[in-house]
Ligand binder design. Sequence first.
Ligand SMILES: *Cc1c(COP(=O)(O)O)cnc(C)c1O
Length: 363
Amino acid sequence: MGRAFNFSAGPAVMPEAVLQQAAAEMLDWHGSGMSVMEMSHRGKEFISIYEQAEADLRELLAVPTKFKILFMQGGGLAENAIVPLNLSQGGAMDFVLTGSWSQKSLKEAGKYGTARVVATAQADGFTTLPSPANWQIGPDSRYVHICSNETIHGVEFHELPDLKALGCDAPLVVDFSSHVASRPVDWSRVGLAFGGAQKNLGPAGLTLVIVREDLIGHALQHCPSAFDYKLVADNQSMYNTPPTYSIYIAGLVFQWLKKNGGIAAMEQRNIAKAQLLYDFFDSSSLFENRVAKDCRSRMNVPFFLRDESRNDAFLAGAKAANLLQLKGHKSVGGMRASIYNAMPLEGVQALVAYMREFEKTQA
Ligand SMILES: *Cc1c(COP(=O)(O)O)cnc(C)c1O
């Protein structure tokens, strides 16, 4: 069996060209006589890898100079604690509940201060998004948190909310773990964005934080030093040893993105891939996606067989057709196809072809 089409939600498919380059450079990086994972993070070789990765990411995502890019560890879940430790200043934090990940963020923040729910789509089973006009944001809010792509429920904000237009001066905190780099970001609406690398940027172990400078330097006294954005920023993400190999691989992914037309080109490809899948579900009598059309995720597509007893047969047939990791998250059931940047159009076409065949044999 060669390389399969891998629909994992994360850690997820990587661009094949990146894996090949990493393999070729594994034993001796650019004539240094070392593998990247053997280098001092303070040596000139790794510093050059780090600086290139940061510059490429800043260019790709068009990050304004008044934002710092931090390479941290601990994943999205650690940021659920690190953000309140740095931004809450002991005040209240407001959360928009749109699925499992924003629920987790709310719960964790509650350990560090008052965490309030300003809107929720729970009554719809998290298949819709609450309209920003109806969010009940408090005047004392330290920040408003959203998960801009809910990886498990498959809902995505196609536009970030404009808090200023809602009369709110609090910064917007965005968990963009599962769709970072899939589309451009409107930084004028963002205070801080964070995400683990393992969905759309590279290997697990690296957490990306992009934060507006004025939000740095207000950590609670008991914030662990390694998680204090000011210490991390002042030390170019090297207050402690950064996840060097993951940064290197993410850097190769950034170069791959640049070679392939950048984020705007990626977005067009992602729209085309997602459209192919949703069009199939909307025309199928056997399969369905239950998310409201205007908030369907371009990255994570949960779907169901109307006859759930066929799930195992579907997954076994998919595996035999080299289509892997399609089982849905246990909290939602059914199936899920994650179609991140590195999933080629051919992978989505192969999945749709398999589903058409499956549908015929069930008729
Ligand atoms: C995967 C994911 C997380 C958690 O990431 P970890 O690296 O496992 O901590 C948080 N938020 C979203 C939206 C995710 O998809």
